[in-house]
Design a protein around this ligand. Sequence first.
Ligand code: THG
Length: 369
Amino acid sequence: MSITLAIGPRVRKSPYFESARKAGLASASVYNHMYMPTSYGDPIAEYERLVTGVAMWDVGVERQVALKGPDALRLARYLTPRNLDGITIGQGKYAPICDYRGTLINDPVLLQVSDDEFWFSIADSDITLWAGGIAGALGMDVKVFEPDVSPLAVQGPKSFDVVADLCGDWVRDLKYFAFRDFELDGIPFVLARSGWSKQGGFEFYLRDGSRGDDLWARVAEAGKPYGIGPGTPNYIERVESGLVSYGADTDEATNPFEMGLGKFMDIDQPHDFVGKSALKDIRDRGVTRRFMGLMIDGAPFQGTNEHWWELTSDGAYAGYACASAYSPRAQSNIAVAMVKTDVIDSGAQVNVHTETGNRTADVVQLPII
Ligand code: THG
């Protein structure tokens, strides 16, 4: 049963909100205290467009937490376990953030935008408050604020042609997470090779919220020959690709090692950072569960799970499924799930306790596709 999302002044709108609505926005969620588009009414068409063509997404909810000033790099280093040696202007890094207990509290992309300014492009939690509190408590000489910056993603195999037509062929040579300042008709943005899909693509970090509809129109126009259409962070594709969705897949007990983010942590670096000793303990003890894929039997799922689904193995608790979908490419129901390591190691099937009955699943490595 669907319910209506109330639209009012209390929840913020992205600069693309009116354009998205005119394009047929059908449903939205709330992320970083803003409306986040989740569908234009035809999830399968949106998925096909992403994996075979090109789609444009209003992801203005990916807010930036700017650190600016002499201590900006010092603060960035203190906020993430990622080793930031060698970070340069123009090359982003995936930089998870943990609290003092080693719990994952966000998984942003970090961009150095000038000598003394960094942006954490955040997932859904209040890092401006967290970072500003830490900077103040430690007496650092740095300003922490939310700049007027709002990403618009262009994703899919044909995104390279669309964005090259708009900005030039140089965009084809951008490395993953690399970015550069650019402008179209006086619309200022940072263009980055990034985006929350594994289909390839770009993000326009619009630097002037009053130009959202203008940028949307330019991208829609340039994409017309390639069949561009509106889309959203795609539920099915992200489960196939095993991309982490902070908040959907995590809670206050989740650590980055079990989420497969250990490769982005340098616990032994000389710099201190929040959670260092807790993370060292977690690493040394080893994880007891891991973020995995599931291949689930039975009739194709319609839609997705409203809650995490409990998993059992031989009647004993085995973990939970975070996000499920029917995958057209795997031709199977699939999910991302947190699964106990003893169950993974045993190779046993698990029972998935869905809202509409039990299913059986094989546990597989991520990505599923
Ligand atoms: N783009 C921007 N900001 C964001 C997101 C984004 N903020 C919130 C959220 N998404 C952050 N989370 C992720 C998670 C995964 C990836 C990007 C952002 C990602 N991961 C690749 C992978 O897992 O294969 C590559 C990671 C790597 O090798 O460094 O792309 O989407 N602006």
